[in-house]
Design a protein around this ligand. Structure first.
Ligand code: TXA
Ligand code: MG
Length: 335
């Protein structure tokens, strides 16, 4: 039996299946099965307050997930789909509360990945899929990462490493045409603005989101197995760094906003330093893999020196998306 057929059969038996997308690997379940959807939460150990993103293969199917499709959605879907942009709008009756954590809105996207699109086409029913990792941990960008995370308990549709490497941009589109970026990603604000302006669509940016509109935005997320610190001080010596980390990390709370903190269990001796690529798209593609690979070497601490002012670098908006993930992956930032 082909890999694809096995994935289809499992999904039809109300099981979860991991599949590749251009951003990160997802852990999918059919949206018409609350039983399967609940397995996503139990497999990931994910709290029910964090809503899932729905994946479809056509704009027609995306429309059935929403209550109202408008000119903003039409323009952005045509411009960016398939691709790493999730649109959040009022949900239709097809979308269960298990997916949205009880919210009246749902996030939907078309992934830019042939195997994912084949799967979605064959299964016919949209798939809800968060990133295929344990809650709070580093997202997977290869099939091997997913296998490491869940062992044999989850079937993984195997493909190349993900091209984008960080999760999709999440854009909230309100009925009054106000829009807000809820999560940064590879589709950046200026591109969204350009697409809407070129199509002469009426819209207004707003930053004021209340907590209800934007769940799942914990301070700590994407954390690797080994405590990870970001150092912004160009003059910091390694010895001093160990000292500060020993003092500060040990006194961090065990759980922050429901996420278990990764802290040192013993004194820090061996520090593994990470290197960030000089191009932000490449940095995005590599960061989760780097965090995982460096953790496997079992140092006492991972450290990334972030000295540059990335707001002055070319493609600064993409850097913001990359830095967003890095800061959340870190247990501590030393200024
Ligand atoms: O690139 C991606 O988006 C990947 C791949 C697999 O497609 N998926 C992904 O899912 O990153 P996940 O579960 O790790 O992220 C879902 C996040 C939530 O934590 C929340 O921030 C936002 O998407 N979200 C989903 N539905 C929402 C809604 N109705 N309102 C506001 N935010 C929502
Ligand atoms: Mg995730």
């Amino acid at each position: 039996m082909s890999q694809l057929q096995k994935a289809i059969d499992l999904l039809n038996q109300n099981e979860v299946v991991a599949f590749p997308t251009e951003t990160v690997y997802g852990l999918g379940a059919k949206i018409d099965s609350d039983l399967a959807l609940k397995k996503i939460f139990s497999t990931k150990e994910r709290p029910f307050f964090d809503p899932l993103i729905v994946h479809v293969d056509t704009i027609e199917k995306a429309k059935t997930c929403f209550n109202n499709w408008n000119a903003i959605a039409e323009t952005l879907a045509k411009h960016f789909w398939p691709g790493p942009l999730t649109l959040v709008m009022a949900k239709s009756y097809l979308i269960s509360d298990v997916i949205t954590s009880g919210l009246s809105s749902v996030g939907v996207r078309i992934p830019k990945h042939d195997l994912a699109l084949n799967l979605l086409r064959e299964v016919k029913i949209p798939l809800a899929a968060p990133s295929a990792n344990k809650f709070g941990k580093t997202s997977p960008t290869t099939a091997a990462h997913v296998k490491k995370e869940f062992g044999d308990s989850v079937f993984v549709l195997d493909s190349e490493p993900c091209q984008v490497g960080i999760e999709s941009t999440v854009l909230l589109v309100r009925e009054n045409s106000e829009i807000s970026i809820l999560r940064r990603g590879a589709v950046v604000k200026s591109e969204i603005e350009k697409a809407l302006n070129e199509s002469k669509v009426n819209f207004k940016w707003t930053d004021t989101t209340d907590k209800k509109e934007s769940p799942g935005h914990m301070k700590h997320h994407y954390m690797p197995e080994i405590p990870f610190v970001i150092c912004r001080d160009p003059n910091m010596k390694v010895k001093e760094l160990s000292q500060i980390v020993n003092d500060k990390l040990a006194s961090l709370p065990d759980i922050v906003e429901g996420v278990k903190m990764i802290k040192p269990t013993h004194k820090i001796n061996k520090i593994q330093f990470l290197n960030l690529a000089s191009d932000p798209a490449q940095a995005a593609r590599e960061i989760y893999s780097q965090l995982r690979a460096a953790s496997e070497r079992k140092p006492d601490l991972l450290c990334l020196a972030l000295i540059k002012d990335y707001s002055k670098e070319p493609n600064a908006e993409m850097w913001e998306s990359v830095l967003d993930r890095l800061y959340k992956a870190a247990s501590l930032v030393i200024d």
